[in-house]
Write a protein that binds this ligand. Structure first.
Ligand code: HEC
Ligand code: HEC
Ligand code: HEC
Ligand code: HEC
Ligand code: HEC
Ligand code: HEC
Ligand code: HEC
Ligand code: HEC
Ligand code: HEC
Ligand code: HEC
Ligand code: HEC
Ligand code: HEC
Length: 286
């Protein structure tokens, strides 16, 4: 029994000695265990990447990601200084990037106030339709303005934004305000004849359906669709080519139909042929 107690005591003493020896050899001063990684400190610091900035500035990152367009480069290209705002100095505006770091007055002297229209540099192409914008269309689009002035029409009396509403760059369909000339006429065809900023200057191709012309020129159309003469195979727009109101000369297609003597006495072809849309007396030759 005694011997047993002794050996237990000696055993504890030995353990204590071992612990003491160990602690003096590897002196541990913290209460926790964190391994050292000197590799982490081997490299010089790198500039933060956009996604690292985004760990705090997710809003700006998200805007650039979705609608940043050509501004999707490193934040620091623009933000030469950041985290430098000091309310005591009131230096916010001073440290913010300026468009002029990289751009000229690209829309001319009337539009130097970039941020009025480009309200968010992180979504540069998003320009809202404000009064500032609608009052200045012509400062950037002189050509369209000039057309509307040079070729007066009822469109010239409308504000640009009456047609170009909802967003900048929006192009309306004629359908928003007009009916077609005849039932079934495609709206995609309108621009083939009408240039929208000079709608009265009508031009067209020679294969334009006769039905279009017929929707207004009902009398001529009626004659032409019924005539048995060979002109019924010639499209309206083939004779009245290129621009609305053009009257062709017979000689454009009929070089020398009769001896010169006859034509000298009767210089007008229609003195004998009477009606170009309904040539009389020719049916029998078909
Ligand atoms: C093309 C230049 C440009 C780039 C690229 C750019 N910024 Fe900006 N940033 C600006 C300008 C200019 C302002 C000042 C806007 C103002 O005064 O309204 C600004 C403002 C800020 C602000 C202040 C708050 C705010 O939104 O107005 C933060 C934060 C910011 N940017 C973060 C970022 C981060 C993060 C990135 C990259 C992920 C970034 N920016 C990329 C030009 C840029
Ligand atoms: C750890 C979080 C954190 C990171 C990472 C961070 N920012 Fe910021 N940043 C802030 C805080 C906080 C503010 C001050 C409050 C605010 O405006 O949101 C601030 C403010 C700003 C501002 C406006 C005020 C000023 O002093 O410039 C800009 C610009 C900015 N940060 C750009 C950046 C850019 C660029 C990066 C990456 C290169 C970046 N930040 C990374 C937390 C961060
Ligand atoms: C650090 C230089 C830098 C700064 C500062 C800067 N930009 Fe840009 N911006 C660029 C570059 C580069 C492009 C692309 C040009 C190109 O490809 O032709 C660009 C393109 C743009 C575009 C066209 C975007 C697209 O996706 O097509 C707009 C709009 C624009 N910038 C407006 C601004 C405005 C407004 C400011 C001031 C708030 C500004 N930028 C500040 C460098 C900058
Ligand atoms: C009156 C409003 C307005 C002002 C002021 C303005 N912009 Fe713009 N800017 C626009 C509009 C609208 C667009 C066309 C955007 C689109 O729909 O793509 C544009 C386009 C741009 C583009 C792209 C051009 C292209 O052809 O792709 C750049 C770059 C640009 N602006 C820079 C600037 C700079 C720099 C300033 C200041 C010097 C400025 N803008 C002032 C309205 C404005
Ligand atoms: C500060 C200059 C500026 C102002 C002001 C401006 N625009 Fe533009 N606009 C542009 C630029 C630059 C583009 C070309 C963008 C592109 O290449 O996509 C454009 C494109 C357009 C387009 C599309 C062109 C196409 O071929 O798809 C229309 C339509 C347009 N603008 C109408 C307007 C109208 C209407 C206004 C007035 C409410 C206006 N713009 C004001 C600069 C401007
Ligand atoms: C009656 C409606 C209407 C009015 C008013 C109008 N536009 Fe347009 N605009 C259009 C339509 C429709 C188009 C598309 C034409 C196309 O696709 O060929 C267009 C196209 C444009 C374009 C793109 C380039 C082009 O010619 O296709 C610009 C820029 C433009 N308009 C600017 C203006 C400006 C600036 C004004 C005012 C001075 C204006 N528009 C007035 C209907 C209108
Ligand atoms: C936002 C409405 C709107 C849009 C879009 C529009 N127009 Fe018009 N247009 C008008 C108005 C208003 C008039 C005058 C009507 C009147 O006084 O009876 C007009 C008149 C015309 C006229 C007669 C012009 C004159 O001086 O007699 C033609 C031709 C015309 N539009 C063609 C077109 C074509 C083609 C398109 C599509 C490319 C188009 N319009 C788009 C509103 C519009
Ligand atoms: C083949 C060519 C052609 C096509 C395609 C065409 N138009 Fe016309 N449009 C004309 C001619 C020609 C006029 C009469 C011009 C004049 O009075 O001098 C006209 C006149 C108009 C007018 C003025 C009002 C009227 O009825 O006299 C409007 C509005 C019009 N067109 C809208 C449209 C629309 C919308 C479309 C498409 C669905 C369209 N046009 C397609 C040739 C065409
Ligand atoms: C929207 C109605 C409309 C349409 C569509 C239309 N016109 Fe006309 N056209 C007129 C009006 C109105 C006039 C008379 C006013 C004028 O001289 O401009 C006219 C005049 C003419 C004239 C000149 C008459 C003269 O005495 O000088 C010819 C030729 C003509 N149109 C052919 C055509 C042809 C060909 C088409 C089809 C490609 C066509 N028109 C489509 C309304 C229309
Ligand atoms: C073979 C050629 C030719 C064809 C096809 C033709 N025209 Fe004509 N048109 C003429 C000539 C030539 C005149 C001039 C007649 C004159 O001087 O009396 C004319 C005159 C007109 C006029 C003005 C005088 C009037 O009679 O009202 C209109 C409108 C017209 N054409 C519309 C049309 C339409 C619409 C069509 C198709 C349905 C058409 N034309 C087919 C050659 C043609
Ligand atoms: C765009 C061309 C064109 C114009 C302009 C034109 N014609 Fe024709 N004409 C034709 C064609 C095509 C025929 C059929 C020829 C054939 O099949 O041999 C024709 C046939 C005729 C015929 C024979 C008719 C028949 O049914 O056999 C006469 C007569 C005629 N034209 C007279 C005229 C007169 C008069 C004019 C001017 C007022 C005129 N043409 C203008 C293209 C034209
Ligand atoms: C003095 C009257 C007269 C005049 C003027 C006249 N023609 Fe004719 N034309 C005729 C007669 C008659 C015919 C034969 C009809 C027949 O054969 O059935 C004819 C036939 C034609 C034919 C059909 C020829 C064929 O081989 O089928 C054409 C095309 C024609 N004329 C075009 C013209 C043109 C173009 C002019 C003006 C430069 C013109 N004519 C002037 C009387 C005339």
């Amino acid at each position: 029994m005694k011997r047993n107690m002794f050996s237990k005591f000696a055993g504890s003493l030995l353990a204590l000695a071992l612990v003491f020896a160990a602690s003096s050899a590897f002196a541990k001063v913290a209460t926790v265990d964190i391994p050292v990684d000197s590799q982490m400190y081997a490299q010089a610091p790198q500039p933060l990447t956009p996604s690292q900035c985004a760990q705090c500035h997710s809003y700006q990152f998200g805007a650039l990601k979705e609608k940043g367009g050509k501004h999707r480069f490193a934040c620091q290209e623009c933000h030469k200084a950041f985290h430098a705002y000091n309310p005591n100095k009131g230096n916010y505006a001073e440290i913010m990037p300026k468009c002029s770091q990289c751009h000229t007055d690209i829309h001319g002297p009337a539009n130097k106030d970039c941020a009025t229209c480009h309200t968010n540099p992180h979504t540069p192409r998003v320009v809202k339709v404000t009064e500032r914008l609608t009052n200045s269309c012509a400062t950037c689009h002189q050509e369209e303005k000039a057309e509307l002035v040079q070729f007066p029409s009822k469109h010239s009396l409308l504000a640009c934004s009456k047609c170009h509403h909802t967003r900048h760059g929006y192009k309306p369909s004629c359908q928003e305000c007009h009916k077609p000339h005849y039932k079934g006429q495609e709206y995609s065809s309108c621009l083939g004849c009408h240039s929208v900023h000079k709608p009265k200057k009508v031009t067209y191709k020679s294969n334009e359906p006769a039905q279009t012309c017929g929707s207004c020129h009902t009398k001529v159309y009626g004659k032409w669709t019924k005539t048995v003469s060979k002109h019924s195979k010639v499209n309206c727009a083939t004779c009245h080519h290129d621009k609305h109101g053009y009257i062709p000369k017979c000689e454009e297609c009929h070089k020398a139909p009769h001896p010169a003597g006859i034509l000298k006495h009767y210089p007008r072809c229609l003195d004998c042929h009477l009606d170009v849309h309904e040539l009389p007396g020719m049916g029998g030759k078909k």
